[in-house]
Design a protein around this ligand. Structure first.
Ligand code: DQQ
Length: 648
């Protein structure tokens, strides 16, 4: 493959430097905290209940459905701005979008508006309506956090991709702003795709994004704020001489996208990465620039991994190995490792690895070649994709955003009028205890939503039982729980070895598990989402702890794609089994062992909603009892609404 620099001679337009008066901040009411420590609980023992749960969903038939128009066939009433003759899906254009189930799948549960309304989240970011996918260009500027996102303003399926824009003072309460960029130039006529922001030392902001051209070529474009004195950064200018990078020789022009945030090299010039694929290997191409208008392809690659397919949304950032501070993207030196993350288009999963970056050769080497990008650690083992970090210079944190994808049908998404949610932003740090993974933890600002809490101490959960936790409403929760196994040392020898160590359903009983929580479960356990630890013994005798989310019984809706998600988690000798869950209607974000392994779930209960949703402890081990101690907060809703621009 031969790389070729892209052309451009036009100067970069300098932006006005005069600071303008700051606009008044949007009002965001803080929730009232009521900390009511309640140890008393009504405990309800249901012996062996998970084992006999016989889910017999009422299969919806076409005739069960109330008559309604078919949103896929009645496209005349759905306004797609381009190519109205075909349904615009990412897969058909060679980019990731929701790919399962098939868009042709007409099977649908008999959803009611109340069910759809319940699915909307209360404290996660989602647009008022329509389709959203990747987070783009997150940044902090003049008192505001900015989130941009891939957005279809016309429909609840992928297409006509623009950059939506919202701002927040605290990463929790959000105000929608006008669209930041729409596909209105030849160099992005097919969509303003994913990109990243870089804050330059002189105060300027640059955004590099992928444009899908009028000829379906993926190019990298430059944009910048029209008015740097506007803290809301409402207007964006596309550099007139875009594109600034075109696909090099040897690269498929439809597989060349998603520029990273830039970092400065030892020579004082900037570097960025662009993801692509060569002969089935995922690759990160590296470009160098001094002015963001002229880029030069570096002779080698930052990194490549055989057989991992197209790398989308590459992210590359430093982490401190000796402090929990986040690092600005250009930091290198002693006590610094670098995380390389790629979103694997073939698997729709975000993988990362930790390694060493050589800023002179512009190469990166994984600490463990056997756990290279795409082979080992996942950023999140659930329904999660296209994640991106930014350095928050306001608080010195590195903050991670990720896209929670839907697993219902496009048909259902069109009926409910929206698709996708962003995760609660997470702080990323290096795990000093293991030395081999990152930790992800919800930003502390989410705790401002905590209302009254209920505590449970040392609840005994016997082998083969479930314990109802009497907490009232169970759909907006922040749950912190630790488990201890009674007498596990003696029982290790009894554990049956397993040939394949991977998450199985929560009904798969062995000596030491599974045990955990049943979330969004109805009282009869006809619908439930178990989140659990399972300790497995491999044939070589070693024990591995798995952290899993079993969505197979999460919904009676047959069209919803359901599977068991999860992966291994290190539980060190001095540690209990700990998990934290953020439950927000149809979203569960689950963090094990302080964020070593994370699973995001998007689920669609039909019964376990509103007041019928319950929370249980469960223990499906055959050989051990466990005890659990919990603190559970009810969570307030966040204010997420349009910015009152007319009041300014
Ligand atoms: N989504 C964008 C692409 C990116 C993909 C298009 C990942 O730029 O590769 O909406 O979800």
């Amino acid at each position: 493959m031969q790389n070729s620099p892209s052309h451009t001679n036009a100067p970069y337009t300098l932006l006005p430097e005069d600071p303008s008066p700051a606009r008044p901040p949007a009002s965001s009411r803080r929730p009232v905290k009521v900390f009511a420590a309640t140890a008393a609980s009504v405990v309800f023992l249901t012996s062996l209940v998970m084992l006999i749960v016989n889910q017999s969903p009422e299969t919806p038939t076409e005739s069960d459905h109330p008559p309604r128009s078919d949103p896929l066939t009645s496209r005349a009433t759905t306004s797609f701005s381009r190519d109205a003759g075909r349904l615009p899906t990412g897969v058909s254009q060679g980019v990731s979008a929701k790919s399962y189930p098939s868009v042709r799948d007409r099977l649908s549960y008999n959803w009611t508006n109340a069910m759809f309304a319940w699915q909307r989240t209360a404290f996660h970011f989602q647009p008022e309506k329509n389709w959203m996918n990747d987070p783009d260009g997150p940044l902090y500027y003049m008192g505001w956090y900015h989130l941009f996102y891939q957005y279809n303003p016309d429909s609840a399926v992928w297409g006509n991709i623009t950059w939506g824009h919202a701002v927040s003072k605290d990463l929790i309460h959000w105000l929608y702003l006008p669209l930041a960029m729409v596909p209105d130039r030849w160099f992005d006529a097919g969509g303003v795709w994913t990109g990243s922001a870089t804050l330059l030392p002189d105060g300027r902001i640059v955004i590099l994004y992928t444009g899908d051209t009028d000829e379906s070529i993926q190019v990298q474009n430059l944009a910048y704020p029209a008015n740097l004195s506007d803290p809301l950064l409402i207007e964006w200018v596309k550099y007139p001489d875009n594109p600034v990078i075109v696909p090099p020789a040897g690269i498929n022009p439809e597989e060349f996208r998603d520029p990273t945030t830039a970092w400065m090299g030892p020579d004082g010039t900037w570097r960025i990465l662009v993801g692509s694929k060569v002969d089935g290997s995922g690759i990160a191409l590296i470009y160098q620039t001094s002015n963001f208008t002229a880029f030069e392809a570096q002779p080698g690659l930052l990194h490549a991994v055989n057989g991992t397919g197209m790398w989308e949304c590459v992210d590359f950032y430093p982490v401190s190995t000796n402090s929990s501070n986040g690092l600005e993207t250009s930091v290198v030196g002693p006590g610094v490792k670098h995380v390389l993350k790629a979103s694997l288009d073939d698997l729709k999963k975000d993988y990362y690895a930790i390694g060493t970056y050589d800023p002179v050769s512009d190469t990166w080497t994984p600490d463990d070649p056997e756990a290279d990008v795409g082979m080992g650690l996942q950023v999140d083992y659930g329904r999660y994709y296209a994640s991106k970090t930014f350095f928050d210079q306001n608080t010195g944190r590195r903050i991670l955003w990720g896209w929670i994808n839907e697993t219902d049908t496009d048909y259902d998404d069109l009926a409910k009028g929206w698709a996708s949610v962003q995760t609660i932003p997470r702080v990323v740090t290096f795990d000093n205890k293991t030395g081999s993974n990152i930790l992800e933890w919800p930003v502390e600002e989410v705790e401002s939503l905590r209302l009254n809490s209920t505590e449970f101490d040392d609840i005994l959960v016997e082998a083969g039982s479930a314990v109802l936790l009497d907490i009232g409403m169970a759909t907006q929760l922040d749950i912190s729980v630790e488990f201890e196994i009674e007498g596990s040392d003696a029982l290790e020898a009894l554990e049956e070895p397993e040939a394949i160590i991977e998450c199985a359903t929560a009904q798969n009983r062995t000596t030491l598990g599974p045990f955990g929580l049943l979330v969004l479960a109805d009282k009869s356990l006809s619908e439930l989402t178990p989140i659990y630890f399972h300790i497995a013994k491999s044939t070589n005798g070693s024990l591995t702890t798995l952290f899993c989310a079993d969505e197979t019984r999460s919904s009676k809706a047959l069209e919803v794609f359901k599977k068991v998600y999860g992966g291994p988690v290190a539980v060190l000798d001095d540690e209990k089994f700990t998990m934290r869950l953020l439950v927000d209607h149809s979203i569960i974000e689950s963090f094990a062992q302080g964020g070593r392994t994370v699973i995001t779930s998007r689920i669609y209960p039909t019964e376990a909603i509103y007041g019928a949703a319950k929370l249980f402890l469960f223990n499906n081990a055959t050989g051990v009892n466990v005890t659990a101690s919990l603190e559970i907060w009810q969570m307030n809703s966040a204010f997420i609404r349009p910015f009152p621009l007319e009041e300014m």
